[in-house]
Design a binder for this molecule. Structure first.
Ligand SMILES: Cc1cc2nc3c(=O)[nH]c(=O)nc-3n(C[C@H](O)[C@H](O)[C@H](O)COP(=O)(O)OP(=O)(O)OC[C@H]3O[C@@H](n4cnc5c(N)ncnc54)[C@H](O)[C@@H]3O)c2cc1C
Length: 390
């Protein structure tokens, strides 16, 4: 077990930290208030390899692993969680689904455009009728000649206004339940496909979140993604990596809030001395730092398992559950340490406080994650008990 980052990983961290400080931090509140994703950064992030983190060079990717990816997302999210969220959804959901389950023709046509920053990817599973029960989806796809006709709608989808490609899950055979769901690559400009306006959100305001409408949307047969009827099983595998990314994003949010709180605690005086000298504040800082460290270790462990090709579903789920709830607590304590200024938009922690909440909802709510963890543990214990009895 090695807890040291490699020299290359430390260099990646530094490079992204510098990029974030120069290009993102100065305008964070402006992006937030205008609820506008900084489109001019897409190309730059592509050049830095941030939009094709784990894809081979031949597709324009940076050929890094999930561990590197977690470090990258922590750095971006410590500067602006909204950009972290959009980069996460692009890399580990949309692009990853096309790369992992796409045909070679689909990969060659689409992946280089996504890794270079020419455009972005969206991944659309959630529907207005429910996200936790996402595979009870109502969107349908019917084969007519050499086309699929899609009807339905998706909601809360990240990136679609900036994405030429959206991976859309739809029901191709209602009688087959989970085995009757397939994935499609829906492209901007396809007849019957429209994207709603950016939703007006509590936090993560600069990350594009919108509805997708599919009205007799015509998708060519070659845009079926993966095998017909395997969309559900493929999507579950994609979500596994997605949770690592959201966990890393939450570690970044927590660290961003903590850094500001630590600095402020030392600058601010009350009753004649720095507030950092009061035990009540010291305990908060100690608890915050300990939770960040724990969240980071859980995240990197899940990422390391994934990099080794080992099962990581439970570990990724535990990491995301812990890091997201810790980020909410830490951002809350950061606001508390700032006192009245923590409640004012001129100071950075109120934004971390708003942004943090998304972590306990997106890519599986905390309630659903606890169900997933418990289900897996119960299965493992039952198998172990069976072995002991034999
Ligand atoms: C900013 C943002 C970005 C997003 N990006 C994407 C994206 O790119 N792609 C995408 O497909 N989706 C995306 N989502 C959707 C997100 O994954 C869903 O919002 C989430 O899965 C919850 O679904 P829901 O909102 O329908 O809540 P519901 O499923 O209606 O849940 C409501 C409440 O009931 C609880 N609940 C539900 N079922 C159970 C149960 N069995 N046991 C206990 N409690 C339960 C939930 O935990 C929650 O507290 C995004 C959401 C947001 C807010």
């Amino acid at each position: 077990m090695d807890f040291q980052l490699s020299d290359a990983q430390v260099s990646i961290q530094r490079a992204i930290r510098d990029f974030a400080q120069e290009e993102i931090v100065p305008n964070v509140m402006e992006y937030d208030e205008r609820k506008e994703f900084p489109a001019h950064l897409i190309q730059k992030m592509g050049e830095l390899g941030l939009l094709g983190v784990f894809y081979p060079e031949e597709y324009g990717g940076a050929e890094m692993g999930y561990t590197d990816y977690a470090l990258i997302l922590e750095e971006i999210s410590a500067a602006d969680p909204s950009i972290g969220l959009s980069v996460a959804a692009h890399n580990s959901l949309g692009t990853n689904h096309i790369f992992t389950f796409g045909s070679e023709a689909q990969r060659q046509r689409i992946i280089p455009r996504l890794t270079s920053g020419e455009t972005m990817a969206a991944w659309a599973l959630t529907e207005p009728s429910g996200g936790s029960d996402a595979f009870g989806l109502k969107t349908t796809a019917r084969k007519v000649g050499d086309k699929w006709i899609l009807n339905g709608s998706k909601t809360f989808i990240t990136n679609p206004n900036y994405a030429d490609y959206a991976v859309v899950m739809a029901r191709t055979n209602p009688e087959k339940g989970k085995a009757g769901i397939s994935a499609f690559i829906v492209e901007k400009g396809m007849p019957g496909y429209t994207v709603g306006n950016p939703m007006n959100k509590l936090g993560m305001r600069a990350s594009d979140t919108a509805e997708l409408f599919l009205e007799d949307c015509e998708v060519p047969a070659e845009n079926l993604l993966g095998n017909e009827g395997e969309g559900y099983f493929d999507a579950l595998k994609i979500l596994d990596g997605g949770r690592i990314s959201i966990s890393a994003m939450c570690v970044g949010i927590a660290r961003g809030a903590f850094d500001h709180a630590m600095r402020y605690a030392q600058e601010r005086s009350a009753f004649g001395k720095s507030i950092s000298q009061y035990q009540a504040i010291k305990f908060k800082l100690a608890d915050m730092a300990t939770k960040i460290e724990a969240g980071r270790l859980l995240t990197l462990r899940a990422a390391s398992l994934k990099d080794q090709g080992l099962p990581s579903l439970t570990e990724a789920t535990m990491a995301k559950l812990f890091s997201s709830e810790a980020a909410v607590d830490i951002a809350n304590e950061a606001v508390q340490i700032f006192g009245g200024y923590g409640y004012i938009k001129e100071y950075p922690v109120e934004k971390f406080y708003r942004d943090a909440k998304l972590g306990t909802i997106g890519e599986g709510t905390s309630e659903i994650l606890r169900l997933v963890i418990a289900r897996d543990l119960i299965k493992k214990y039952a198998i172990n008990m069976e072995k002991e009895l034999v």
